[in-house]
Design a protein around this ligand. Structure first.
Ligand SMILES: [Zn+2]
Length: 176
């Protein structure tokens, strides 16, 4: 994927309305409410709801080094979706990325993956750990990746730097 790591903060970012997670290096991750809504739509509330997922697209703010997730892709018809399985087809999500890239004139990059789980408080499966570690190993241009699992009651975020263990991020209620 084409990438640009740093981008200017755009007007209209209201930090307080966003979901904020603390990174081990003192930086934070902001997730836009629109992205939260998009992902929450696929919560596996009903017994036959299948897993959903997509990619995370965002920026590192040049002013302060914080991360922001601006966009998330949604499941495509070519993805494989089962009750406890989700495998995204590369092409559709890549096209989505490209459309955001064009719109933002290159000021965005791939920041990781999200998917749903049919459990209240999600815990990564062995397959998740395997996938995440694989993504961590293959080259990515951002210094870190984020992995989100949307459970029925709770959404959790994991964080990965190239040479360290994948850890779960703590949520922060307000920014100050
Ligand atoms: Zn999973």
């Amino acid at each position: 994927m084409k990438i640009v790591r740093f981008a200017q903060m755009k007007e209209g970012i209201h930090i307080n309305n966003e979901i904020i997670y603390l990174l081990p290096n003192g930086k934070t991750l902001f997730i836009r409410p629109e992205c939260i809504d998009k992902m929450q739509k696929y919560r596996q509330v009903k017994r036959n709801d299948t897993e959903a997922g997509g990619i995370l697209i965002g920026r590192i703010l040049i002013e302060n080094g914080h991360y922001i997730i601006d966009e998330v892709s949604e499941p495509m018809t070519t993805d494989k979706r089962r009750r406890t399985y989700f495998k995204r087809n590369m092409e559709g999500h890549q096209e989505f990325f490209n459309s955001i890239w064009d719109r933002e004139v290159g000021s965005c990059f791939y920041l990781g993956e999200w998917h749903t789980h049919p459990e209240n408080n999600p815990t990564p499966s062995s397959i998740d750990w395997k996938n995440w570690n694989r993504l961590k190993r293959i080259g990515f241009e951002s210094e870190c990746l984020f992995f989100i699992i949307v459970g029925i009651n709770e959404m959790k975020v994991w964080y990965s730097e190239k040479n360290s263990k994948i850890i779960e991020l703590r949520r922060r209620s307000s920014f100050g």
